[in-house]
Design a binder for this molecule. Structure first.
Ligand code: PGA
Length: 253
């Protein structure tokens, strides 16, 4: 049985005071919910302040990235130990915005995923095709490459801990959500990739989130699909009311 999971990806938004206010509202609005795991992923500089609000709640904290070494001469980077130190449980890895703007390769994503797992963080590994990939019928191929790239050298016992987020690039921040059928088709395909590389049991147990213009208006139809276990929410997670509504509608799948 896979428990629903909703993560808010705040991206490069919210300074400390706003982040604290938003977290308080989310905490209040979700306090009695138990049928869904909730995570918020703010910027690095507000993690500690948000943790102070959420530490005694059912909301977990996640970072949006990490470096694959814990310490050393890596100017400007932040490693898994530092994230654990400020209360993180999860970390988003391989978001398409980082693949695009920072040239993050599958190889780097594989290192980051392993490093997070070794330190005890749960990676939310993002994979997703562009519109061009989809229109040229390469969507599955791209997903397969990104999946096997991220999981390269990942033994089954480590894989069992990760969460995957299928985020078609053409649906991110565009208001153009994938239809439940398109999303479900790709989630099923990803589950098959997991079974091929690992086992049927791991495929059945892995939580696969959908991301890309998720809103309170479309979350229910997405969550009805068998292989969609939750969502990675960007824009609609910034307003606490809409995030709370998405969380509520995702309970007890
Ligand atoms: P969006 O972003 O919900 O604003 O489309 C999702 C994401 O990038 O994780």
């Amino acid at each position: 049985m896979r428990k629903s999971f909703i993560a808010g990806n705040w991206k490069l938004n919210k300074q400390v005071s706003e982040a604290v206010e938003t977290s308080k509202t989310i905490k209040e609005g979700t306090k009695n919910l138990s049928g869904v795991d909730i995570c918020i992923c703010p910027t690095f500089t507000v993690l500690k302040s948000v943790y102070e609000i959420t530490k005694d709640s059912n909301i977990s904290l996640g970072a949006q990235n990490l470096w694959y070494e814990n310490q050393g001469a890596y100017t400007g980077e932040i490693g898994a130990s530092s994230l654990l130190d400020v209360g993180c449980k999860y970390v988003i890895i391989g978001h398409s915005e980082r693949r695009k703007y920072l040239n993050e390769s599958d190889e780097i994503i594989a290192h980051k995923t392993l490093s997070a797992l070794e330190a005890g963080l749960i990676p939310i590994v993002c994979i997703g095709e562009t519109l061009e990939d989809r229109e040229s019928d390469k969507a599955q191929k791209v997903i397969e490459t990104q999946f096997s790239g991220a999981c390269k050298n990942l033994p089954a016992d480590k894989f069992s801990k990760i969460i995957i987020a299928y985020e078609p690039v053409w649906a991110i921040g565009t208001g153009k959500t994938a239809t439940p059928e398109i999303a479900e088709g790709m989630h099923k395909f990803i589950r098959q990739l997991i079974e091929n590389k690992y086992t049927k049991e791991l495929a059945e147990n892995c939580r696969i989130l959908y991301g890309g213009s998720v809103t309170p208006a479309n979350i229910e139809s997405l969550m009805k699909e068998k292989d969609i276990d939750g969502a990675l929410v960007g824009g609609a997670s910034l307003a606490p009311e809409s995030f709370i509504e998405i969380v509520k509608k995702s309970q007890n799948k």
